[in-house]
Design a protein around this ligand. Sequence first.
Ligand SMILES: [Zn+2]
Length: 209
Amino acid sequence: MLIYGILLPINKFVDMLMNKEKEFEQTITKMLELLGEDPSREGLLKTPSRVVKALRFLTEGYDQDPKEILNQALFSSSNDEMVLVRDIEFYSMCEHHMLPIIGRAHVAYIPNGKVVGLSKIPRIVNVFARRLQIQEQMTEQIADAISQTIKPKGVAVVLHARHMCMEMRGVQKINSTTVSSALRGLFKSDERTRSEFYNLINTQTPSNF
Ligand SMILES: [Zn+2]
């Protein structure tokens, strides 16, 4: 009885998820029809399921908790020099048009007794990139997640990004880049720290490196 009692809700849960995916695929089929396409032609037969899969992947950040990721790899350290991870590639989607935002992130912090495993920084960028976004908000979210978890002396986040909703439609400003920044603690209050950071992110990386 007990096992039955546990299994039944799990089955129902799986059914619910499958129905949700089916409904999602039907919505994409409808969208193709509304675009004037024939969803039953060969090339489009698997498109709804592919689109659903792609969208699920591109928005998987909703199911991830940035603080949990950072807390898994926090270590005590006496280092109080700037830690910088630069040129982190990211792919996001704008929340107004659901079109791609393609960019690079530079993330720095000054430890205050704790450091985080370096690989977690790009992961945090991805958690926020894989949600529907606006660039300014994403910049702030990365800075706040690091501030609140690592509690460093300062955090700086700079994003450079190209917005396909600007380039592919409307104003068609090809190759224009939007830059946004979020500065916390020493990066905001101390000009030397801030200019050291900007110098480091503006230095060209040698091409053989
Ligand atoms: Zn947009």
